[in-house]
Design a binder for this molecule. Structure first.
Ligand code: SF4
Length: 589
């Protein structure tokens, strides 16, 4: 019985005697257990001649993967099937631990390069990392997170099922709709407008997706000072991290702007609040900004000239929103720390994007180029038309470019590498095709009663011509660099996490920015993502195994947990024996 070979439900063949440690010589090596951050994680497994005690047999037989007589709890459910697939995938990628063949290896296998290349470049075809990925790396057990990252697709499906991620996303969406209703309206307008006019546009192309993000971030950040009531949501930001030394890049020109030297870290800030510095009241509107006849150009010029006054009176607080399935704060400290670090990255990125407008301009362009986009290519004219029709501030700005006027941003105005033509004459044909009136969303103001208005394509006839200044990504990068300069200069050192249960903001945590902690974290996670160190499992103490492994999908296949728990059990027996011997000695003396 004890020598019988068993194949567990995850496909590992093993011999029960492998897990017997009663006479384990490696008890002498107990110092291994205190090395929390050991990069080798070596744990010796006892030799196969050891003998099973009754309690060992019980223990092994109670492990779920050994329960080959009864079906696992989740079997025949979608969750069970996904979990099986995920474990099989991880087993396939990581292989068996050579010292503990029934369990999954906890070191990066030889065949794989490093998590960044394996996961981001090869699996996801994404030349960047996200703030969320960096922060979740250590929010629980790093080993568990990398097992999950390596099976992205299955892991996210499982997460959706188990933790109702969709519910959390809905809460984020409803907050976003409340603050920026124009985005939904824009999307529904595009859906109706394109088929009606027979206009073609690849809505989901990488270029158009990036443009939507860039354009909406400019609008949303401007609305922080105008129509947004002091709030702005879902704002993109980015920075770079050095692949070799794991430092956050301060100067792209010095620290390397090639994809061999640095990797983009992109993020989406959940919530910005523009408030009075002294009384912390939300600042609903910036004085001096008129509502009539404005363009992005005039608003940005005004904000730039007012920046010193704004800086002394106001600040912008960055928040991350966490949705919870119960109205309680997370109890695990590493989870709270990970949320705090997330907002620290946003603070670093916004501050960094506000240091020098020219550098920020190039930073956005490098970001686009790393995505494989041509920053000098003219933008789809249909895309520009949809922006013009739905955003009067943008339309006014376009009037300048149409006539070849400068936008008052030197790196763009002086750039000679521009496409020769930007031709919108084709839209004249639309005017001969029946109805040219459409219902479009309006920029929302507090006292607006109507969310939509009717416009006629005739009113925009002046744009259907050959433009003197072609529209490329460079134009948007120029506007982004100006608004990020303003916003970044106002960012507060106070950061916030907003906890939501359903739609109820039941708690806010405010804490200070800690650049030292951030740099340390960035370096530590960069080292594992870029393959300079192994993944760190949890510290091998029973308390942590009980706390963390209990909820881990890999608990029945994880060699780290298995080896160390058996070691700890043996250690317990040894201690018990020492205490018993000592008691007996005391009694007899
Ligand atoms: S079982 Fe424990 S040690 Fe292993 S991956 Fe899961 S949480 Fe980490």
């Amino acid at each position: 019985m004890l020598n019988r070979a068993i194949t567990n439900k995850y496909g590992f063949s093993f011999h029960l005697r492998r897990f017997v440690h009663s006479n384990d010589k490696s008890l002498d090596e107990l110092s291994t257990f205190s090395l929390k951050n050991s990069h080798t994680h070596d744990v010796s497994v006892g030799d196969s001649s050891s003998v099973l005690s009754d309690s060992d047999i019980d223990k092994i037989n109670n492990l779920a993967f050994c329960d080959y007589t009864s079906a696992p709890k989740e079997a025949n459910t979608k969750e069970g099937t996904l979990l099986d697939e995920k474990l099989a995938n991880v087993k396939n990628l990581f292989g068996a631990d050579p010292e503990n063949r029934a369990f999954v290896n906890y070191k990066l296998p030889q065949g794989l390069k490093n998590p960044y290349i394996d996961i981001q470049l090869n699996q996801l075809k994404r030349k960047r990392l996200s703030v969320t990925q960096l922060c979740t790396t250590q929010n629980w057990c790093e080993l568990r997170n990398f097992y999950d990252f390596y099976s992205q697709n299955l892991s996210s499906q499982l997460l959706d099922l188990k933790f109702q991620i969709q519910k959390g996303k809905k809460i984020h969406k409803s907050l976003e709709d409340e603050t920026h209703p124009e985005l939904n309206q824009y999307n529904s307008f595009v859906q109706d407008f394109l088929p009606l006019t027979n206009l073609a546009m690849d809505i989901d192309s990488d270029m158009n997706t990036l443009l939507d993000n860039w354009c909406s971030s400019i609008s949303r950040l401007i609305s922080l000072f105008t129509s947004g009531g002091g709030h702005s949501r879902e704002i993109i930001c980015h920075g770079f991290i050095n692949i070799q030394n794991g430092k956050l890049v301060r100067d792209l020109t010095k620290d390397g702007n090639t994809s061999e030297e640095s990797v983009i870290i992109s993020g989406i800030i959940d919530h910005l609040t523009f408030r009075n510095k002294r009384n912390h009241q939300v600042q609903k509107r910036t004085t001096g900004l008129d509502r009539e006849d404005q363009s992005w150009d005039s608003i940005l010029a005004k904000l730039l000239s007012d920046l010193p006054t704004l800086k002394s009176n106001n600040e912008i607080v960055i928040s991350d929103i966490k949705t919870r399935s119960v109205p309680k704060m997370p109890s695990i400290e590493s989870v709270v720390q990970s949320s705090k670090l997330q907002t620290m990255y946003y603070k670093y990125f916004l501050s960094h994007l506000s240091q020098d407008m020219t550098q920020t301009y190039h930073s956005f362009l490098i970001n686009a180029q790393r995505r494989g986009l041509d920053v000098d290519a003219p933008i789809d004219s249909t895309k520009i038309l949809t922006f013009i029709l739905t955003n009067p501030l943008f339309a006014n700005d376009m009037d300048h470019l149409l006539d070849g006027k400068p936008i008052h941003f030197a790196p763009f105005d002086n750039d000679t590498k521009k496409p020769s033509t930007f031709d919108m004459t084709a839209f004249n044909n639309l005017l001969d095709q029946g109805s040219t009136s459409f219902t479009i969303p309006t920029e929302q103001e507090e006292d607006d009663l109507e969310p939509t208005k009717c416009i006629s394509l005739q009113d925009y006839k002046r744009f259907y011509t050959k433009w003197k200044t072609p529209i490329t990504l460079k134009y948007f990068a120029a506007r982004l660099s100006q608004i990020y300069y303003i916003v970044g200069n106002l960012v507060s050192n106070d950061l916030m996490i907003e906890y939501y249960y359903h739609n109820d903001n039941f708690h806010n945590t405010i804490f200070p920015y800690d650049p030292v902690k951030l740099e340390k974290h960035a370096h530590d996670v960069a080292m594992v993502w870029f393959g300079h160190r192994d993944m760190n499992p949890i510290e091998p103490v029973q308390k942590k195994f009980n706390l963390y492994c209990k909820y881990c999908d890999y608990k029945h296949v994880c060699s780290w947990k298995n080896k160390n728990e058996l070691k700890l059990a043996d250690l317990g027996k040894e201690l018990q024996k020492i205490i018993l011997d000592s008691n007996q000695h005391n009694l007899s003396s």
